[in-house]
Unconditional design. Structure first.
Lengths: 224, 269
């Protein structure tokens, strides 16, 4: 068995792969931001909300963290049209990933909220801090420091998770890799270049997020 | 180095000897009748022409059709599993008496094996929905058109070359692509339409196949060169099965739709 690597056949497709990587980044970023909004609202509801609201949010989190993301998007893309709702490939993937991220980020942020010790809150009260001052000077700095590392992990996981968008007709990095593979049959070359691009994307994100975490939130984070 | 080359020459010589020796043993019609069994090559990776059932036996249109041939000849049928790369060598070496599996007749292939009259056709065409205005596949070369295709299949290249303006949504598999088309996610699907028949029937949609196909392939049975007697008999048997409507019946049974371009029983038969 001998196989001659022919990366030369792949280079003409590199711009296409890079455009796909850019789309992957976009999907991950937009879905993460949306998920963060849902997660903040959800965690607030879980920590401070009334009973029925808490149960509703708990149900949402349980449902989305215990079913596969692939199945969730499949439902949005292929089952909803039977109810008259036709979402485009991009929209279905984005909504699916946002809802999924929202559930995980709700749980992560709830844990962050709970990590604020009651003694710290009591100390703030004794010192005469108002509600907003408590949030600004006690809760947020503490929560940000605790939450930043797991939130960045979630972002990395989501970046890699965008690869399933290919199944629903989104031409992101993995989808384009499949296309190029079927035209050139240079599987080893195509997928090693694709893997390298994913590594670059996630490494850059890890380093940037790590720097922000270290200097802005005094979080303990490894850079590489 | 020189040893290597010598080795290769020896191997090549032996292989060629084996090849010539084997070509001779393709069986004649008389030998088949005398043995009481006809050996037919079926490719089980081409459903519904050939596939494995729950009992891991090969079934499909090709098996049923070969059975009809065996009945007409008054012999038993033996199905031999073949794959795309080995099916023609199997015919040449007499391991099977004829081969099936969408054997499209091409001048290139006919240099190596002989073909009988066509048994069925395959239509590379445009599947769309009733009410869409397309008359010709070239009508799809328009930026407002979205084609729903299966990722990694050959029609993608055809679309890139010939329908440059059309948008393409690439999905993971045929059931998904046909469902997406049924749900209104696109205007058409270009592929071998016969093979998506079983997926079409699962949707409450009025399907339409655009009148002008991209191409029609005629598939016959593949037999060894110098098997004139067998081939002549098979041609008569094929004519008989077409005339009795047996082909159409089996096609409908396995493909779920009528053959899109029936071969007809023309003067050439």
């Amino acid at each position: 068995m001998s196989y001659t690597l022919q990366f030369g056949q792949i280079w003409p497709y590199l711009p296409s792969l890079l455009a796909g990587a850019w789309l992957s980044l976009q999907i991950a970023f937009v879905a993460f931001c949306g998920g963060l909004l849902i997660g903040t609202a959800g965690a607030t509801a879980l920590s401070f909300g009334a009973g029925p609201l808490r149960r509703l949010v708990r149900g949402y989190v349980t449902f989305f963290t215990n079913t596969p993301q692939l199945v969730q998007i499949y439902f949005l893309y292929f089952a909803l049209p039977d109810a008259g709702i036709l979402l485009s490939s991009y929209t279905a993937v984005l909504i699916g990933m946002t809802l999924n991220a929202g559930a995980y980020l709700t749980d992560i942020q709830r844990a962050g909220f709970e990590s604020v010790r009651s003694s710290e809150m009591e100390a703030a009260e004794v010192l005469g801090f108002g509600r907003m001052q408590q949030v600004r000077y006690v809760i947020l700095p503490h929560v940000a420091r605790v939450l930043f590392p797991p939130l960045s992990n979630q972002y990395i996981i989501m970046t890699l998770g965008t690869s399933m968008a290919a199944i629903f007709g989104v031409e992101e990095l993995t989808g384009r890799a499949f296309n190029i593979n079927s035209q050139t049959f240079r599987s080893i070359e195509v997928f090693s270049v694709t893997a390298a691009l994913y590594v670059v994307i996630t490494l850059v994100a890890t380093v940037v997020l790590g720097l922000i975490g270290r200097f802005a939130f005094r979080a303990r984070m490894r850079l590489v | 180095m020189s040893f290597n080359r010598l080795t290769w020459i020896v191997i090549a010589a032996v292989a060629m000897l084996g090849f010539t020796a084997n070509t001779v043993i393709a069986r004649t019609l008389d030998e088949i009748i005398k043995s009481g069994t006809i050996k037919v090559g079926v490719n089980p990776t081409l459903p519904p022409l050939g596939k494995f059932d729950e009992k891991n036996e090969i079934v499909g249109f090709d098996v049923d059709y070969a059975n009809e041939i065996a009945k007409l000849l008054g012999v038993k049928l033996e199905i031999v599993q073949v794959g795309s790369p080995d099916r023609i060598p199997f015919v040449q070496t007499g391991k099977i008496d004829f081969v099936m599996g969408a054997m499209t007749r091409t001048p290139e292939r006919a240099k190596v094996i002989d073909f009988t009259l066509p048994v069925h056709t395959e239509v590379m065409g445009v599947l769309t929905i009733e009410g869409k205005p397309f008359k010709h596949w070239k009508d799809l070369d328009n930026e407002n058109i979205t084609l729903v295709q299966v990722r990694g299949t050959t029609p993608i290249k055809f679309i890139e070359d010939n329908l440059k303006k059309a948008k393409v949504t690439q999905l993971d598999n045929y059931p998904d692509a046909v469902r997406a088309l049924a749900q209104g996610r696109g205007d058409g699907l270009i592929d071998i339409i016969d093979f998506v028949g079983e997926h079409m029937n699962k949707h409450q949609v009025k399907w339409k196949v655009v009148e002008t196909p991209v191409d029609v392939y005629y598939c016959g049975l593949g037999v060894a060169k110098n098997s004139t007697g067998l081939k002549d008999w098979l041609n008569v048997a094929i004519f008989d099965l077409h005339k009795k409507g047996k082909v159409g019946e089996l096609w409908k049974k396995w493909f779920g739709i009528d053959m899109l371009y029936p071969t007809g029983v023309g003067a050439a038969f």
